[in-house]
Design a protein around this ligand. Structure first.
Ligand SMILES: NC(=O)c1ccc[n+]([C@@H]2O[C@H](COP(=O)([O-])OP(=O)(O)OC[C@H]3O[C@@H](n4cnc5c(N)ncnc54)[C@H](O)[C@@H]3O)[C@@H](O)[C@H]2O)c1
Length: 355
């Protein structure tokens, strides 16, 4: 068992990485929670595989358990589900000394997180992430949100969990495409971190390599994110570097109308932003190294959508657009991130010149 401690201004919580932990959640949870009512929020893919195991463990320890199962997919990160589940919890007489468990991927994590942040102005949350993306990224850091129609994460807040329990064995039931798209965020973090993390990622060339190195990949990703979050909980400074590849990535993701998964779009964004901004001297090396790491596991590194005249309009709608300017994150070399303020007009010119 490995424990990584996350410290923010007002909170400290453990992230536990342990194969088989899913069968043992109550024992781990008892380290931070005494007897209470627990609402497990999960989705209809994760429920049939893992709910009984988690529920049994909690009931055996004497916790009282209620369950809400949402449909899988981004559309469930909705105000409707927020209202529905909040209503259920009120009827089930949940109060602020009870707790919520998010059992699933990032969609469940973000929705359960936001419900926990808002229910009676805040109730305890434990994250049990089961997708690769949620294990390496979304379960840590305290960002929670729901979408409003098609505007992603527009309503949200920061609410840190009391504990995160990661069982890498759960990755075995994830589809290959889901696992690989989640891995794009790991390549991004490794490229930002450089050093040992980048060397680990440089040895990963297939789906099997991701599965076989999952513990280490999760360890490095969380440690990297934790260091950044601990220094910049609310994303006013250094945390912005985690947006590497996301400005263009979000644009092509939206233009693809659901054809591209988030990680696939980020992969395309990582390469494009490096082509546009990395220092001329190091550009070929950065682009080449990143391209190999991404394409070797089957991630796309380019798209016809990059030449769409609509791309800039999607980028304009980015919530990180401040009065026509974006903070563009790029790598001057692997392990060295640069933040550069660029106007949308300038970015548009660059996209048109280079495409
Ligand atoms: N809060 C943050 O810091 C943060 C960071 C990045 C992304 N996100 C959010 O995360 C979401 C994406 O997360 P995601 O990629 O995990 O998507 P997801 O939650 O939709 O999970 C992907 C799919 O895998 C299924 N699944 C999950 N675990 C499984 C398992 N072990 N076995 C079988 N199937 C399983 C789910 O049912 C779903 O169909 C987005 O809404 C994004 O905005 C949040």
């Amino acid at each position: 068992m490995e424990t990584i401690k996350i410290r923010t201004a007002n909170e400290e919580y453990p992230v536990i990485i342990q194969r088989g932990a899913i069968k043992n959640v109550a024992k781990l949870i008892s380290l931070v929670w005494n007897y209470r009512k627990i609402k497990i929020i999960t989705d209809d893919n994760v429920n049939p595989i893992y709910l009984d195991i988690v529920k049994k463990s909690l009931l055996n320890k004497g916790f009282k358990v209620f369950v809400s199962t949402i449909e899988h997919g981004e559309k469930s990160k909705s105000l409707t589900n927020l209202e529905l589940i909040t209503n259920e919890m009120a009827n089930e007489k949940f109060n602020r000394s009870d707790g919520v468990i998010a059992l699933g991927g990032g969609v469940v994590g973000d929705l359960a997180g936001f419900i926990s942040a808002t229910y009676m102005r805040g109730i305890d949350l434990i994250q049990i992430p089961t997708s690769f993306l949620s294990q390496v990224d979304s379960s840590v850091g305290g960002k929670t949100a729901v979408d409003l129609n098609h505007i992603k994460n527009i309503i949200g807040s920061f609410h840190q969990p009391k504990m995160v329990i990661i069982d890498p064995n759960t990755l075995n039931t994830l589809t290959v495409r889901n696992l690989v798209e989640g891995y794009a965020e790991t390549v991004k973090c490794a490229a930002l971190a450089g050093g040992k993390f980048w060397r680990l990622v440089s040895g990963v060339n297939s789906y099997n390599d991701i599965i076989n190195n999952a513990d280490q990949l999760i360890h490095f990703s969380i440690t990297f994110k934790a260091n950044i979050v601990m220094n910049d909980e609310k994303e006013s400074g250094i945390r912005q570097i985690l947006n590497l590849g996301h400005t263009i990535g979000h644009g092509v993701e939206e233009l693809s109308n659901g054809d591209l998964m988030h990680g696939e779009a980020v992969s395309i964004g990582l390469i494009k932003i490096s082509e546009l901004f990395s220092n001329p001297k190091d550009k070929a090396k950065v682009v080449d190294q990143l391209s190999k790491r991404l394409s070797n596991v089957g991630l796309p590194i380019t798209s016809d959508l990059l030449t769409s005249p609509d791309l800039i309009n999607k980028i304009k709608n980015d919530k990180k657009n401040h009065n026509g300017y974006l903070n563009i994150i790029y790598l001057s070399e692997i392990g060295k991130a640069v933040i550069k303020k660029v106007s949308i007009d300038e970015l548009n010119l660059m996209l048109n010149e280079k495409s």
